[in-house]
Design a protein around this ligand. Structure first.
Ligand code: HEC
Ligand code: HEC
Length: 209
């Protein structure tokens, strides 16, 4: 059940509503669906003004078009908002901290980090209370985490959003497909990317398959 970005774009631009929750939805499908909704939900931010998608905009491959993006306190961002395609396959996340290796850990940086403040949500019981107030979430959390007695907590939110992010797979670009072999400029670009430009020492190369 992969949400390919292109399909996903089509799905959203047609203005279709989120799909209804099927009664027999599996826990993994429920986690992805839940993560999808949470990613777009501004209730995750302190003042209800900012979701993950405020900075990671789908129409910009889940980045945005600006040098930086301020958080809820209007503090300036420090770095560019990176796109999120294929993040599920990265070994380290973020530009500066090589110790962030899982999406579940990374989630708490925008949610409650201080440098810079992004979503400003440091009160986890308040987060759980807000989500619990939504009957749709109560159903989805219990379907996504059937093993938990109290399924709505910050850890579950992180797991669901991460499950959604792992579905953001892009592997159909002309370079990925190489339908008619690589062009000369593509081959030159590859040499620069992996060779003298050393771009690949900082930028994750595309997934190999
Ligand atoms: C020393 C590490 C490093 C190297 C080497 C490097 N980059 Fe970057 N690149 C970065 C960082 C960090 C950013 C984000 C800058 C910011 O947020 O302000 C970035 C941003 C970018 C962006 C903008 C991405 C966006 O989402 O807006 C592009 C495009 C880019 N680099 C291309 C390249 C290319 C092409 C090369 C090789 C010729 C290269 N970079 C080499 C670290 C590097
Ligand atoms: C205020 C803007 C903003 C918001 C809101 C935001 N992000 Fe980000 N995100 C960024 C920036 C900027 C970075 C790069 C940070 C760095 O490397 O220092 C980033 C990095 C990431 C990365 C690492 C990508 C990589 O290539 O290593 C992931 C994953 C991510 N964000 C997911 C999320 C999720 C999930 C949420 C919601 C809980 C979220 N972001 C909310 C701005 C934002």
């Amino acid at each position: 059940m992969r949400y390919h970005i292109m399909l996903f774009l089509g799905f959203l631009t047609t203005g279709a509503a989120f799909p209804a929750i099927a009664a027999n939805i599996s826990p993994i499908a429920a986690k992805i669906e839940l993560g999808h909704r949470l990613f777009y939900d501004a209730d995750l931010s302190r003042d209800g003004s900012m979701s993950c998608a405020s900075c990671h905009e789908q129409r910009h491959a889940f980045s945005d078009g600006n040098p930086t993006h301020p958080g809820v306190t209007d503090e300036d961002g420090i770095r560019n908002v990176p796109p999120l395609e294929n993040v599920g396959q990265f070994h380290t996340l973020t530009w500066i901290n090589q110790h962030v290796t899982t999406l579940e850990d990374q989630f708490f940086i925008p949610l409650s980090g201080h440098h810079p403040v992004e979503m400003g949500m440091t009160d986890m019981p308040e987060l759980a209370r807000r989500l619990y107030a939504n009957p749709c979430y109560r159903v989805l959390f219990s379907k996504a985490f059937p093993e938990k007695n109290i399924p709505i907590d910050a850890r579950s939110v992180a797991q669901a959003v991460s499950a959604f992010e792992r579905e953001l797979i892009s592997d159909k670009s002309p370079w990925d497909l190489r339908l008619s072999g690589a062009t000369r400029s593509q081959t030159n670009g590859k040499k620069i990317f992996f060779g003298k430009g050393k771009c690949s020492s900082c930028h994750h190369p595309p997934p190999i398959h």
